[in-house]
Ligand binder design. Structure first.
Ligand SMILES: Cc1ncc(COP(=O)(O)O)c(C=O)c1O
Length: 363
């Protein structure tokens, strides 16, 4: 290429999304594939969302509200925070990018686990910052090492709770001990994309006592437990001065009207949310039990996915499963060559996956 690309951007590996269902159906000429690759919600979403979105269609000639007041009020009430503490994003991906662009000068560092959700690294590099990657310890976030790697150029640290891709968690005590080691001028991003699925009461939940620590920025999403991944909406809860910076640089209409009304309807439907969480727990328990019966030891998870070591080339298994109409994720690109990550699906999808895996492995 004749144009010189920026040096940090040149080193970005493109985000690898889960294979889309339609693509698999076309490739293998199958009519009903199951996607257990992107930690989505196979149950769908609240029926109230359809009604709200249908109603909003007639006003799609207008720009969205720059701040979705109805939704923000509901979030403020639920978490006992002010409107000035909330930032909405086009998915929580958007807020990750805003944090990097708002707070990193060229060469500033952001410390994060390795591997972790790829958008941290991509956003930091895009903002000309330097990601400092700290390998996991026994498949969990190495909080001690992350704290040690914080230096004079560190502006933010990322932790994910529960962690993607392993499903591990950080307890309240572990988080408090960690936060004491982090300097007062470093932002602690706590990504809680999967927090609604947590069953273990010892796990840290940053919104149980929000804004107590001004450094903590909580990231949440409507993509997982609420099932709104295609609408693209997430939110951050943070100190008002941090929120002000993000609001200054975000696109004024970063969250489209349908996403706003869908999230407003979804957050008020506790019945669907409970159903979705319950189905996820049943799915995880089923997958865990079946994989264990097959002689594997899936990693403990508090999320809607689990990682399992198949003790063989997981990419080969991933490819063979495609032929059976099942999309999962090979963890090779994360450095775990023999691991698959499987998200919970519907009961049917979970059973189809287990059946297909048995066939592929000759069990
Ligand atoms: C840890 C983590 N954070 C954030 C996200 C992004 O969520 P959203 O759909 O809100 O952009 C994901 C999506 O898979 C994730 O796994």
């Amino acid at each position: 290429m004749r144009f010189k690309i920026s040096v940090p951007v040149a080193s970005i590996k493109p985000y690898e999304a889960g294979k889309p269902l339609k693509e698999l159906e076309r490739e293998f000429n199958i009519t009903k594939a199951g996607k257990l690759a992107s930690n989505e919600n196979s149950l769908g979403f609240s029926p109230h969302v359809i009604a709200a979105v249908n109603e909003s269609l007639s006003s799609m000639n207008r720009y969205p509200e720059p701040v979705a007041h109805g939704l923000c009020r509901l979030l403020a009430e639920r978490f006992h925070v002010g409107l000035e503490n909330i930032v909405l994003g086009n998915g929580s991906d958007d807020i990750i990018a805003l944090l990097a662009h708002g707070f990193l000068n060229p060469g500033d560092e952001a410390v994060m686990p390795l591997p972790s959700f790829l958008m941290y690294e991509i956003s930091v590099k895009t903002a000309k910052g330097v990601p400092v990657m700290v390998p996991l310890k026994d498949y969990t976030t190495n909080l001690d090492e992350i704290a040690k790697r914080v230096g004079p150029r560190t502006k933010m640290v990322f932790v994910t709770n529960p962690f993607n891709p392993t499903g591990s968690t950080i307890t309240r005590d572990q988080f408090l001990a960690f936060s004491e080691k982090i300097p007062q001028d470093v932002i602690i991003v706590v990504d809680e994309a999967y927090i609604e699925f947590v069953r273990d009461r010892a796990v840290f939940n940053s919104l149980e006592d929000p804004l107590k620590d001004q450094r903590v920025v909580t990231l949440r999403t409507f993509s997982k437990a609420y099932g709104l991944a295609g609408f693209r909406i997430g939110y951050g809860i943070m100190d008002k001065d941090v929120a002000q910076i993000l609001n200054r640089i975000r696109q004024p209409f970063n969250v489209n009207t349908m996403a706003q009304v869908a999230a407003e309807a979804a957050i008020q439907d506790q019945v669907f949310l409970n159903k979705s969480i319950q189905a996820t727990h049943e799915g995880i328990d089923y997958l865990g039990a079946e994989l264990t019966k097959m002689g594997f030891a899936p990693l403990p998870t508090q999320s809607n996915f689990l990682m399992v070591d198949l003790k063989t080339d997981a990419t080969r298994i991933f490819k063979e499963l495609l032929g059976h109409g099942v999309i999962v994720r090979s963890m090779k690109s994360y450095g775990f060559d023999s691991f698959l990550r499987v998200s919970t699906g519907t009961k049917d999808e979970n059973q189809i996956f287990i059946r297909a895996l048995k066939q592929v492995l000759g069990k």
